[in-house]
Design a protein around this ligand. Structure first.
Ligand code: FES
Length: 107
């Protein structure tokens, strides 16, 4: 279980307790969080689960693989240093308190 804070472009927040096994994307979809489309269902193909990890983050996240890296070059909102695909971020106690910022648009 991890508390994940989803920050919307207008500054509002959705804070969820997301159980394992899930991803940051799946937690959002299960709770109808606006701003995560996840059109491919989590297979790192669509880029519509794009998030920006909070710049102050110190929690351990899995490294980005080549597939995620490629997909992040095609997202609707600009890629940043902090960009990740939320479907590639598994939930665990280790990321309790993670803050992700949702982009302006996903498609
Ligand atoms: S859900 Fe499609 S890339 Fe993450």
């Amino acid at each position: 279980m991890a508390k994940i804070r989803y920050t919307h472009p207008d500054g509002s927040e959705t804070v969820l307790d997301v159980p394992e096994p899930n991803t940051v994307m799946r937690g959002a979809k299960l709770n109808n969080v606006n701003g995560i489309e996840a059109q491919c269902g989590g297979s790192a193909q669509c880029g519509t689960c794009h998030v920006y990890i909070d710049e102050a983050n110190t929690l351990p996240l899995p490294p980005m693989d080549d597939v995620e890296d490629d997909v992040l070059y095609g997202t609707a909102s600009p890629r940043r240093e902090t960009s990740r695909l939320s479907c590639q971020l598994p939930v665990s106690d280790a990321i309790d308190g993670l803050v992700v910022h949702l982009p302006e648009r996903q498609s």
